[in-house]
Design a protein around this ligand. Structure first.
Ligand SMILES: [Zn+2]
Length: 107
């Protein structure tokens, strides 16, 4: 199991540092703004670095609205940026879809 490593492990610290930089990426900022407009913010607080069992580099958890960056499967800032942007697109699709359903029900 990959989840027994202590919080201070170098993998996590590296991931946290990449995350801090990745949320400043202009492409991510555009998605962050779009998600904010949907009322479903995705920012530093609900993006987590965690070890993953799978070979995934990141995932969007629709139940919690969180994005997990798989700290054991990302190696570079570009990895984290690309994965974060990819998952933010998933989040936007997910919330847009839900928003549309909610809207249709109201009508
Ligand atoms: Zn995907």
């Amino acid at each position: 199991m990959a989840s027994t490593k202590p919080e201070s492990c170098p993998e996590r610290l590296r991931c946290e540092e990449f995350k801090r930089q990745a949320v400043e990426n202009p492409r991510f900022k555009i998605l962050e703004e779009a998600l904010q407009k949907l009322g479903c913010p995705l920012n530093f607080k609900n993006i987590d670095c965690e070890p993953c069992d799978s070979t995934a580099s990141a995932k969007f958890l629709s139940e919690s609205g969180k994005v997990v960056i798989c700290q054991n499967n990302v190696r570079t800032l570009a990895d984290v940026e690309n994965n974060l942007i990819h998952e933010a697109v998933h989040a936007h699709d997910w919330y847009s879809f839900k928003t549309n359903i909610a809207y249709k029900r109201k009508v």
